[in-house]
Design a protein around this ligand. Structure first.
Ligand SMILES: Cc1ncc(COP(=O)(O)O)c(C=O)c1O
Length: 399
């Protein structure tokens, strides 16, 4: 007996992606995969974690490490984050920080906090698929975020109909999936638009630390702080993550925002999972203190070389009519194929004939457009493999 007819309406908006099913087949030998946007496990600071877990389980610490704890998160880690945020231009105090189980949890909570059914979420076209999935459960409409001045606040409000524009979500540094970075003018324009719309800004900083080229641009929250003087007056909510820098498996992320937002998120966390795993937060705290400052430059160098290898190989092997982004950091290059080329069909062909995998771009568009786009990740293969994979992809595209 099934009872699926009892599911809430939101359940019908949650769909397994066919692409994800296809990508489950990737573990076969010989496949070169540019599909997963995940860190290279060879680069995890495993020795530092091993030590950190030993310390956490030592006689002095084990009672705390294995016990329930507060929803706000492990205080020493929040203190480390106060310093870390100051280094990237955001002055806040510990009460402005909530630890979450990955930044994905923060996106879910923010959807839950802001979106009533029919409200509008402004997002990039394309944008991070996991954000669309998280917000979608709260039954919003999505509208295309554009800060180049061709759509004013009035237009967004008119399009929102009976609902309200509640927030703009974006990842300004090395976005997933495009790899693109929003320049300073874009960030300021976004803040102007958010003022006009009186909406929140959700700044996803998942890849913020992974810059390989060019000058760092201040986070949107830092720019708003410079305008307003105090975080309590800011509408921007910053979501950070240790997933791309230290370990995604421990599921530790954080939110920085004005205290009334944090207090409400704390209540949500109490209701959802009480708190993130204490021992994981303790381990992240120790490893961050021991080696964040040396680990990040190593990641930048390694991933930066892989990015270079991918861009060089694309230059060499892509046929005319294919365009791609030149990311200054992160893990992704985004390809636009000639109109009429279908990314999903190309994936089937590439898997079958040359054993190369990537993610077709369509899933990153709320309206299902973008069939002629694909996302390539360079984080998980060495340079020679990247070169060979792009050569093979070029072959399929030529054909
Ligand atoms: C842009 C972006 N935001 C958030 C996340 C979620 O990361 P986590 O929950 O591991 O912090 C990801 C993961 O791929 C991502 O690409």
């Amino acid at each position: 007996m099934t009872n699926h007819e009892l599911f809430a309406t939101r359940a019908s908006r949650m769909k397994a992606s066919e692409i994800r099913e296809l990508l489950k087949l990737l573990d076969q030998p010989g496949i070169i995969s540019f599909a997963g946007g995940i860190p290279d496990p060879a680069l995890f600071p495993a020795d530092a974690f091993s030590q950190a877990f030993q310390v956490a389980l030592s006689p002095e610490k084990k009672a705390q490490a294995l016990q329930y704890s507060v929803s706000e998160g492990y205080a020493p880690l929040r203190e480390w984050l106060v310093d870390h945020m100051r280094e990237i231009g955001v002055v806040c105090d510990i009460d402005n920080i909530l630890i979450t189980s990955g930044s994905q949890q923060a996106l879910d909570y923010l959807g839950k906090l802001y979106l009533s059914p029919g409200d509008t979420a402004l997002v990039g076209w394309p944008t991070y698929l996991g954000a669309l999935a998280a917000f979608n459960a709260y039954e919003p409409r999505f509208d295309r975020l554009s800060v180049n001045g061709n759509r004013g606040a009035d237009e967004y409000v008119a399009a929102a109909g009976a609902g309200r524009v509640k927030f703009a979500y974006l990842s300004p540094d090395f976005a997933n999936p495009t790899g693109e970075t929003m320049d300073l003018r874009g960030r300021e324009a976004l803040l102007d638009l958010a003022e006009d719309l009186n909406c929140a800004v959700i700044e996803d900083g998942a890849y913020q630390a992974l810059r390989y080229e060019g000058e760092a641009i201040p986070p949107i929250l830092a720019l708003e702080l410079a305008r307003k003087g105090a975080i309590e007056d800011c509408r921007t909510i910053y979501c950070g993550s240790f997933s791309k820098t230290l370990s995604p498996g421990l599921r530790v992320g954080w939110v920085v925002a004005a205290k009334p937002v944090i207090s409400q998120l704390v209540l949500m966390k109490q209701a959802a999972d009480l708190h993130s795993a204490t021992i994981n937060q303790m381990a992240i705290d120790q490893v961050a203190r021991a080696c964040f400052d040396t680990h990040i430059p190593m990641l930048r160098q390694t991933y930066g070389a892989r990015r270079g290898a991918m861009l060089d190989a694309l230059e060499e092997y892509m046929p005319d009519g294919v365009e791609w982004t030149k990311p200054e950091g992160g893990m992704f290059v985004w390809l636009t194929l000639p109109v009429g080329t279908d990314g999903a069909a190309l994936l089937s062909r590439a898997l079958e004939t040359v054993k190369v995998a990537f993610v077709p771009g369509q899933a990153f568009f709320p309206d299902g457009s973008g069939a002629n786009t694909i996302r390539l990740s360079f984080s998980n293969s060495d340079e020679a493999t990247i070169r060979e994979g792009i050569r093979r992809l070029g072959e399929v595209l030529q054909a």
